[in-house]
Design a protein around this ligand. Structure first.
Ligand SMILES: *[C@@H]1O[C@H](CO)[C@@H](O)[C@H](O)[C@H]1NC(C)=O
Ligand SMILES: *[C@@H]1O[C@H](CO)[C@@H](O)[C@H](O)[C@H]1NC(C)=O
Ligand SMILES: [Zn+2]
Length: 475
């Protein structure tokens, strides 16, 4: 492993050096007559034709204390006691949190609008407002008994990034827009990334939401209406946006994994987001008494499940890539008695990859194995259901390069990495080039009260976000 990485460095270093050479020679090759005439007259003849973000990195001043206070305050809109946070879609606490965020957006001078499911947008018009805007954002809903940083850093951090840019005197060419996404977590209606999925144009979701109910049999539409949204059920498709509506989308997020902290790296530049597919499988056999039915006469649904679980591992490993993963997180046997041959078994399988074809091949192989195993063991494959199969997404090349450039100019160490959890950015990638900025979080903890990101790490992330936004908004 260490051999491989040092080999890797020796490839990367000369490239960086080469780029450095290129840019310095470009500076020397500027039209010499301009310099001469300026020197002669004593006045500059031209507006200096330099990048509007050239000196921005050193003039970004951030109020890390204010950001921390806002995060603490937002965490008090919770249905569980501190330090845990519980904030479920369209609950009273969710509505209060929304009000708090909209207020901060207005204080930052942004114009605020909301769509039919409560995605909230705060816009800073550029001086070329007809150009596609650069957007950034995340979510603030929180699963039961979780922490206060997941998603929140990408919403409140985005508002602070705008404040930082405004304080620096920067004027965006493209408009900048902050998006607060409705319900990234699937807690209430079993649908993850509800707001971004719909915004990215999912017809299936717009249709499905009309009949979706929560665990209390409250319909999505009633819940949305109670929170002040979805006044007309046919209005859900008005949430859709299309390719070209945004120039780029960025999301600042805690890593939710331990890599950045362990390696002491400040910024994770996300190059791809892996996406899960989930599968439910049921086998049925005859069952019977554990003593009375002899081995040749059995058709054991439990062993079929066990065999399939091992097949999942085998097919995932066959892909040959560390990025392919598969998990059998649920394996249930019926009737579940020591002296009874399992007559039914139920498995739930999660498989992820950053390469959709490779992941779908794994799913196909799992399906073939399930059929073969059922045949050999004389059990019935009563269900093989692919519950969801979202495509993974690659970050935009230009967005990656801009995030890297911003990290360098801010003298922050960075690392290219893959997001193995998925985020609203996965869906934004359907309509525009996307990128994510990760910051370290304590031990990689997330979705629990111990979740923590230091003010310094958040400040670094907000600065990289601000500078990346500024650079993209200047194109
Ligand atoms: C980064 O480091 C360089 C060289 O030490 C320094 O000139 C520059 O001001 C630093 N930039 C920032 C944003 O701190
Ligand atoms: C849920 O509500 C609908 C409409 O109010 C009703 O028809 C249905 O029986 C309810 N289902 C359950 C499981 O209570
Ligand atoms: Zn999140």
């Amino acid at each position: 492993m260490s051999l491989r990485s040092s080999h890797f460095r020796s490839i990367i270093l000369p490239t960086v050096f080469f780029i450095g050479l290129l840019s310095s020679s470009a500076q020397q090759n500027e039209d010499p007559t301009i310099t001469t005439m300026e020197a002669f007259s004593g006045y500059p003849l031209h507006e200096p034709n330099e990048s509007p973000t050239l000196h921005l990195a050193s003039s970004l001043s951030l109020d890390a204390q204010a950001l921390q206070e806002q995060i603490d305050e937002l965490s008090t809109f919770s249905d569980s006691t501190a330090p845990s946070v519980t904030r479920i879609l369209y609950s009273e606490k969710d509505v209060l949190a929304r009000r708090y965020v909209k207020n901060l957006m207005r204080l930052a001078g942004l114009s605020v609008r909301e769509d039919a499911v409560g995605n909230i947008f705060g816009r800073w018009d550029g001086y070329k407002p007809e150009l596609a805007a650069v957007a950034t954002g995340s979510h603030t809903d929180a699963i039961p008994y979780s922490g206060k940083y997941d998603g929140v850093v990408g919403v409140l951090g985005a508002i602070e990034a705008i404040n930082v840019l405004k304080r620096s005197g920067f004027k965006p060419k493209r408009s900048l827009e902050i998006i607060f996404f409705t319900s990234e977590e699937p807690t209430r209606f079993g649908i993850s990334c509800l707001g971004s999925r719909l915004l990215a144009g999912s017809e299936a979701l717009a249709e499905g939401l009309k009949t979706t109910v929560d665990g209390q049999n409250i319909s999505f539409l009633d819940a949305a209406r109670a929170a002040g949204y979805a006044k007309d059920k046919d209005e859900l498709s008005s949430v859709f946006m299309k390719k070209g509506d945004y120039f780029a989308f960025l999301e600042l997020h805690i890593e939710q994994g331990p890599i950045l902290e362990e390696e002491g790296v400040s910024i994770g530049v996300v190059t791809a987001i892996a996406a899960p597919a989930s599968i439910k499988v049921d086998f049925e056999g005859n069952g019977g008494h554990a003593g009375a039915v002899l081995m040749p006469n059995r058709n054991d649904a439990g062993l079929a499940a066990a065999e399939l679980a091992l097949a999942v591992e085998k097919h995932v490993l066959e892909s040959g890539s560390v990025d392919t993963v598969g998990t059998v997180g649920i394996l249930e046997l019926h009737p579940g008695a020591i002296n009874s041959i399992p007559s039914k078994s139920h498995l739930e399988i999660d498989t992820r990859d950053i390469d959709e074809e490779r992941r779908n091949l794994v799913i196909e192989k799992i399906h073939k194995s399930a059929v073969t195993i059922a045949k050999h063991r004389q059990v019935k494959l009563s269900e093989f259901k692919i519950v969801n199969q979202d495509p993974p997404a690659l970050s935009g090349k230009l967005v990656i390069e801009t995030m890297v450039a911003a990290s360098r100019e801010l003298n922050l160490t960075h690392k290219l990495m893959i997001s193995r959890a998925y985020h609203d950015s996965l869906f934004m990638a359907r309509i525009c080039p996307m990128g994510m900025i990760f910051i370290p979080c304590y031990k990689g903890y997330s979705h629990k009260p111990e979740e923590y990101a230091s003010p310094q790490d958040m400040a670094n992330g907000v600065k990289v976000l601000a500078l990346t936004l500024a650079k993209l908004a200047s194109l």
